[in-house]
Design a protein around this ligand. Structure first.
Ligand code: BGC
Length: 433
């Protein structure tokens, strides 16, 4: 393998989301979801990583590693805990935090919505309520004006497809926990409208900023007759949201794995018929989705290596997704806003980064306009319904003391960021096709 060189302006960073790291997000729907009887959540978020108070230390660590960007989210439930009641002290908090990020030499990359809603929004139906998009845009306007010229990169909504699929079709144990296709369709429409209004609000408040949604994208493969279902899922979970990003300044791509979709011959024939009818699909799909959600890696190719999430270990999946993003939104700048692996063996994380970056670099050589790589995650954190068992962090967090440990993978990524170079042979395994 040869040494790879990345452009000097490349964004190199790590990402977090407020609810997963801050702690005490008690005015949000997720907080309630974690406490309620029969919750699908394995843990409560509780103090999380106490990043709300410890961000100065964490930001200094990220900068010290050599990274130049930090992606984090602002929490709507903190800024507007009751409708129309803007918490000035919370705006001040995020202003101070953003100043600290900049003073450390990191570019702030701010997400305005990362899975959580204020309780009062959720109680009206969350993204199914036709009033939510405008309320969300109003909150975005408040935040963007408060942060002013401190921020040049905004994500409006993180993974709208996952919010819709995971919460409103009941696939991932996210709130509100509806299970029917009608709720899924209403939430999809709400998220698309919310993104469009938020994009306009961000651009109006800060025209110089680059804004866009960030998208969960898998490398999809159809095996054994799975093509019609694969295309249907990709369209409904990804493409419709990417198409709604046609006015965005960049496309954020977030990729963890490859997902094969297989169906037996009889099912496939039935499915071809079902796909022609929206009414039939609305009955067929929810149970199919619930079954596959119980075992996320259940579809992985036989014998494939798995991550702690049960996903296929497939760092190169990101090459397929950035190619697809470039096909759907030709010429648009691409930022890999998440790419990461849950593992208890940090050597696997080093390998994941190394192989992922080689795959991305090859696509850049072939002409794709990739502008940055933000690893998920900066810290071990609250992995939603799966709780604290999944370790995604470049920096480990001890659950009893909250003490941080900088892992070798963090130094590995930091060194690439500092030099703009990925040396030959860092990770053992050759990239599979
Ligand atoms: C989300 C993160 C999550 C990560 C790992 C992404 O879908 O944006 O919040 O922790 O994947 O599963």
């Amino acid at each position: 393998m040869t040494e790879l060189v990345f452009p000097p302006s490349f964004l190199w960073g790590a990402a977090t989301a407020a609810h997963q790291v801050e702690g005490g997000n008690s005015a949000s729907d997720w907080w309630d979801w974690e406490q309620r009887p029969g919750t699908p959540c394995r843990d409560r978020s509780g103090v999380a990583c106490d990043h709300y108070r410890r961000y100065p230390e964490d930001v200094a660590t990220l900068a010290g590693l050599g990274l130049n960007t930090y992606r984090y989210s602002v929490e709507w439930a903190r800024i507007e805990p009751e409708e129309g009641a803007i918490a000035q002290d919370e705006l001040d908090h995020y202003r101070r935090m953003t100043d600290a990020v900049r003073e450390a030499g990191l570019t702030p990359f701010v997400t305005l919505h990362h899975f959580t809603l204020p309780r009062w929004v959720a109680s009206r139906g969350g993204w199914m309520d036709p009033g939510t998009p405008a309320r969300f845009a109003r909150y975005c306007d408040t935040v963007v004006r408060a942060l002013g010229d401190r921020v040049d990169w905004y994500c409006t909504i993180n993974e709208p497809g996952v919010v819709a699929f995971g919460g409103y079709l009941g696939a991932l144990g996210f709130p509100p926990g509806t299970h029917d296709a009608g709720s899924w369709e209403r939430a999809t429409a709400g998220l698309i409208a919310g993104h469009r209004l938020a994009l306009a609000a961000v651009k109006a408040a800060r025209p110089a900023a680059k804004a866009g949604a960030t998208h969960s994208m898998n490398e999809w493969v159809a095996v054994e007759g799975g093509r019609p279902m694969m295309e249907y899922l990709r369209r409904r979970n990804e493409d419709v949201f990417l198409e709604a990003s046609d006015q965005d300044d960049f496309v954020g791509v977030q990729t963890y794995t490859r997902v094969p979709v297989r169906l037996g011959a009889a099912t496939t024939a039935l499915l071809r018929v079902a796909l022609r009818s929206r009414r039939v699909m609305r009955l067929v799909l929810p149970p199919f989705v619930r079954r596959s959600a119980k075992d996320p890696g259940g579809n992985a190719l036989p014998g494939s290596r798995r991550t702690a999430m049960g996903y296929e270990f497939r760092p190169e999946a990101v090459a397929a997704t950035i190619r697809r993003a470039a096909t759907l939104l030709p010429g648009r700048e691409i930022v890999v806003t998440e790419h990461g692996v849950a593992t208890d063996d940090d050597a696997e994380r080093v390998e994941f980064i190394d192989r992922g970056l080689r795959a991305i670099h090859a696509e850049m050589e072939a002409g794709l306009p990739v502008r940055g790589y933000l690893h998920w995650s900066a810290l071990d954190n609250f992995e939603w319904a799966l709780g604290y068992g999944m370790r995604f962090g470049l920096i480990g967090v001890d659950r009893s003391t909250l003490e941080r440990t900088v892992r070798p993978s963090a130094r590995f990524l930091g060194e690439i960021a500092r030099t703009g170079r990925l040396g030959p042979g860092a990770a053992a395994a050759p990239a599979p096709r």
